[in-house]
Write a protein that binds this ligand. Structure first.
Ligand code: FMN
Length: 359
């Protein structure tokens, strides 16, 4: 059985028990125009954020099964794509059930972005929904090379990178930024976003923290509002979207066109569908314990089918089992699992317990 066949079959077999969908809807942007992108975002404004070490194919499939309009790849190095490493391409190429994905690139050299955009466009074809450029990553080994959030201090280079991508892309090119490099600095995001708009981006995603905050402290949604007021293109807000109500509130409060869900999706692929319900004024439908455990097992099966490192299953167990009675005991057991089968046996034992409790 092919790996792709396995993923679709796994979704069809296991998603129905989880309250998630087995059919992943295409975002289907197709054209590079801002107008098309805006229409798509308005239809479903809840996106699965890029997360290095997290948003692999299995994670993206679960998020889309939960109702995310689109899911981003982990950030991918344009230099890595240049050297053609299999590990780098693994981050970019979607698995068969994925109708399309957003690919996020990072680097600092416009020519490398140009080449990477051409290569990714050719390899993914209609499965490429958009290309996003990372101008937000705060990790020192990235920033030291002038990549990620370092570009916030170099708008001319950032604009050259955007133009290099736009020239080669048939899909929308977007950027993801932060409010500024350092807390206490002048907030660069609104002016910077305007410069990116002039350079040709179709949308800008804004994480309402400074790079020096990393992922700590409270996100400032005010900066999302100020960027939305500064540009005419769609703005995608990010930061502290932990619940479906947060997602709907960010849209209503900031004037953003769409919202990215990052850590709020840990062990919670239902957050996307529930955000849509909240926005429509309906109540969220929280998963039962059985559905949550079935989703954990489905996610582990997808990890295995996609050849992902099983270390990822350890994080998943922490997330999906949160709040469970005796969660510490189960998490301890998860620490000692060394194969997908052992995780699945644990999930079976938990499911038996949950079914007895819910009977
Ligand atoms: C583990 C982790 C990895 C991340 N990796 C990326 C990344 O590769 N690219 C990116 O633009 N943002 C990345 N982010 C930032 C998220 O996309 C998001 O903007 C940020 O977490 C704020 O949202 P939250 O407070 O709702 O988690 C990452 C965040 C986390 C927690």
């Amino acid at each position: 059985m092919s790996e792709a066949g396995t993923c679709q079959q796994l979704l069809e077999e296991y998603a129905p028990q989880t309250g998630l969908s087995s059919k992943l809807e295409p975002f289907g942007c197709g054209l590079a125009s801002t107008a098309t992108l805006r229409v798509k975002l308005l239809k479903n404004p809840f996106l699965m954020a890029p997360m290095a070490g997290v948003s692999d194919a299995a994670y993206r499939m679960m998020a889309r099964a939960g109702g995310a309009a689109l899911a981003y790849s982990e950030m991918v190095s344009v230099a890595g794509l240049h050297f053609g490493g299999a590990k780098t391409w693994e981050l970019v190429v979607p698995k068969d059930p994925e109708p399309d994905i957003a690919v996020q690139l990072f680097g600092s050299v416009p020519e490398q972005f140009s080449e990477a955009t051409a290569l990714v466009s050719e390899r993914l074809g209609t499965k490429l929904a958009l290309i996003d450029i990372n101008m937000a990553c705060p990790v020192p080994k990235v920033v030291r090379k002038g990549e990620g959030s370092a570009l916030l201090d170099d708008p001319a280079r950032a604009a050259a990178i955007v133009k290099a991508c736009v020239a080669k892309a048939a899909v929308p090119v977007t950027v993801k930024i932060r409010s500024a490099r350092r807390t206490g600095d002048h907030e660069v995001a609104p002016d910077f976003a305007r410069t990116m708009e002039q350079a040709g981006v179709a949308a800008v995603a804004v994480h309402g923290r400074t790079a020096s905050q990393l992922y700590r402290g409270e996100a400032d949604w005010g900066v999302v509002s100020r960027v939305a007021a500064a540009v005419d293109i769609p703005v995608i807000g990010s930061g502290d979207v932990r619940t479906p109500a947060d997602a709907a509130r960010m849209l209503q409060k900031t004037g953003a066109t769409a919202v990215m869900v990052a850590r709020g999706s840990y062990g919670n692929p239902w957050i996307f569908g529930n955000a849509k319900r909240k926005l429509a004024g309906q109540d969220a439908v929280e998963p039962t314990l059985t559905q949550r455990l079935s989703a954990f097992a489905c996610h582990v099966r997808l990890l295995e089918a996609t050849g992902a490192h099983l270390a990822r299953a350890r994080s998943l167990s922490g997330w999906y089992l949160r709040g469970l009675p005796h969660a510490t005991v189960w998490r301890e057991r998860a620490m000692h699992c060394s194969s997908a089968d052992e995780y699945l046996q644990m999930a079976d034992a938990l499911l038996a317990y949950a079914r007895a409790k819910e009977a």
